[in-house]
Design a protein around this ligand. Structure first.
Ligand code: HEM
Length: 149
């Protein structure tokens, strides 16, 4: 006898699999992968960089730039103590060193954000724009080392 797929059964099975698929996309604390505490702070960094790209070119907007820099400092302070999702894929023995290296790079980011604050307070737009490029480099390097894909 020819066996045909049992459609209602297949449907029920795939519905049962949904929570499993959702769980696979969560961190150990049960956050969705794109809504982990770290991701939320990264979004703050992202919109900050977007704003600064324009505002740093205009010394009239220094106060606005300073406000954004403070938000980014706060975000990086919160982000540095959140382990990256990639840590779960690193062998257990290497994990503490991986997490420490991530944190060191976030601390470096904090230092650069403080330099940016100093440059803005000194109304040194040229230096502020150069420091922005250092942040871009840290972003690239950080993502290369500490994110998957
Ligand atoms: C100003 C600089 C930065 C910006 C604008 C930024 C922005 C972002 C954005 C938008 C995401 C989410 C990507 C996505 O939706 O796929 C992200 C993720 C991530 N970023 Fe950054 N980032 C910056 C610096 C860094 C640095 C310096 C590090 C490492 C020290 C880092 C580590 C990570 C990690 C680990 C994730 C994945 C989040 C997780 O594992 O939960 N980022 N970042």
């Amino acid at each position: 006898m020819e066996r045909r797929p049992h459609l209602p059964g297949l449907l029920a099975l795939s519905l049962l699999a949904l929570p499993l698929l959702a769980a696979m996309n969560q961190d150990p604390a049960g956050h969705d992968a794109d809504e982990t505490p770290l991701m939320l702070q990264m979004q703050v960094l992202k919109s900050g960089m977007k704003g600064l790209r324009r505002s740093l070119r205009d010394p009239q907007q220094n106060d606005a730039s300073l406000e954004v820099v403070l938000e980014m400092q706060a975000a990086s302070q919160l982000a540095k103590v959140e382990p990256p999702q990639m840590a779960a894929q690193v062998p257990e023995a290497e994990r503490p060193a991986f997490v420490a290296a991530y944190r060191m790079e976030m601390v470096e980011t904090q230092k650069v954000l403080l330099d940016l604050e100093l440059a803005l307070l000194a109304s040194d737009s040229e230096n502020a724009q150069a420091i922005y490029q250092r942040l871009k480099a840290l972003e690239e390097e950080g993502h290369e080392h500490f994110t998957v894909e």
